[in-house]
Design a protein around this ligand. Structure first.
Ligand SMILES: Cc1cc2nc3c(=O)[nH]c(=O)nc-3n(C[C@H](O)[C@H](O)[C@H](O)COP(=O)(O)O)c2cc1C
Length: 339
């Protein structure tokens, strides 16, 4: 049995979580290279006045990305969101993902993101408006509820299924938890037992052991990885390999990764790091690219030399002050050869 979203059969049950400011085109490419079954664009505003800004244009899925290309939208008004969905389809998206999971204040002040979960009637109207506006499959990302004391994810999941949502991702925290505490998986398990559309479990899946437990416990059709992918896109391969070996239900469907060996060598990790930073420079241009690259460099260094805190600190200090893109790449290369 494969993981299917509308007409698209995904190559793996392990998906990349949408993360604003992070899951840009270079990031999505790296994660796909290591076997992410689906990646989603960074959340896009539904505000019509912003649809043609440079920021939005860079956030759109790109025509030369592999299919299916999923674009996430956020908003409050059903008709405005439907138009934003159409705009993304016209610009190359094959799947529309609706964000009802974001706890960020600037989104919630406008009652968007996870704030929508408080208003089930509005949820219904938004889903129906978007689903009627586009032929592409529409997916939904939610939390367990607005507050830990008022979890209504199961109700929202039923509404989603009734309205025709093709796949539901659930972050196992309530909106009030933001990113504190821990994800729980009981609500996701209940959702899986209640609805028949594919359910994706998300939240604090940090290694292959977590993945195996959460996959089995929830019965979810797939898993979504967020923060743990920072600076280590190869984690998709590590978890996919482990779960395809141990799960009776075939986990990895037919993902092809560029790694030839099961154990990814340090040299390959270094090459991936350099290739990602180079791709950031090319995508944003060198001025913006050099600044955006810094956080990724920090994450890669943490993963590659985190065991040596003194070296980590030294390398960060050297690399974070560089303002020139080629110098940044050159110095990073030199630094990584010291490992
Ligand atoms: C920096 C950051 C940005 C995020 N942006 C989005 C977003 O734009 N849309 C969304 O649905 N979720 C967003 N999320 C939530 C993640 O998709 C995911 O649900 C959450 O991080 C939990 O998964 P994890 O524990 O694997 O990180 C964001 C999370 C982080 C850390």
């Amino acid at each position: 049995m494969s993981l299917q979203i509308g007409p698209y059969q995904l190559p793996s049950r392990l998906l990349l979580a949408p993360m604003a400011g992070i899951t840009d085109r270079p990031y999505r490419d790296m994660c796909r290279r290591y076997g992410a079954g689906l990646t989603v664009s960074e959340m896009l505003t539904s505000d019509p006045s912003l649809l043609y800004s440079r920021k939005t244009q860079l956030r759109l899925v790109q025509e030369d990305e592999p299919l299916p290309r999923s674009a996430q939208i956020v908003g409050t008004e059903p008709e405005v969101m439907a138009r934003a969905a159409q705009f993304n389809i016209e610009n190359g998206a094959n799947i529309i993902d609706i964000n009802m999971g974001c706890p960020a204040k600037k989104v919630c002040n406008k009652a968007a993101g996870s704030a929508l979960m408080r208003d089930t009637d509005l949820v219904k109207r938004i889903l129906s408006s978007i689903i009627n506006a586009v032929e592409a499959p529409v997916t939904l990302k939610i939390r367990t509820g607005w507050a830990t004391s008022s979890k209504n994810a199961v109700v929202i999941a039923q509404i989603a299924e009734d309205q025709g949502v093709a796949c539901l991702s659930v972050h196992g925290r309530s909106r009030s938890q933001a990113f504190t505490g821990f994800s729980e998986y009981e609500t996701i398990r209940q959702i899986k037992q209640t609805i028949d559309i594919p359910v994706i479990a998300n939240g604090d899946i940090n290694n292959a052991e977590d993945a195996q437990f959460i996959f089995n416990y929830t019965g979810a059709d797939g898993l979504m990885l967020g923060r743990i992918t920072h600076g280590q896109p190869w984690i998709f391969k590590e978890i996919n390999d482990r779960l395809s070996n141990v799960c009776t239900d075939h986990f990895l469907i037919n993902a092809k990764t560029e790694s030839l060996t099961n154990n990814i060598s340090l040299q390959e990790k270094i090459e991936t790091t350099l290739s990602h930073i180079n791709a950031i420079h090319r995508y944003y241009g060198t001025d913006q690219g050099v600044r955006i690259a810094r956080k990724h460099i920090g994450w890669y260094l943490y993963n590659l030399v985190g065991h040596d805190q003194i070296l980590l600190k030294k390398l960060k200090k050297e690399l974070f002050t560089i303002a020139d893109a080629s110098q940044q790449l050159e110095q990073l290369d030199k630094a990584l050869q010291q490992i």
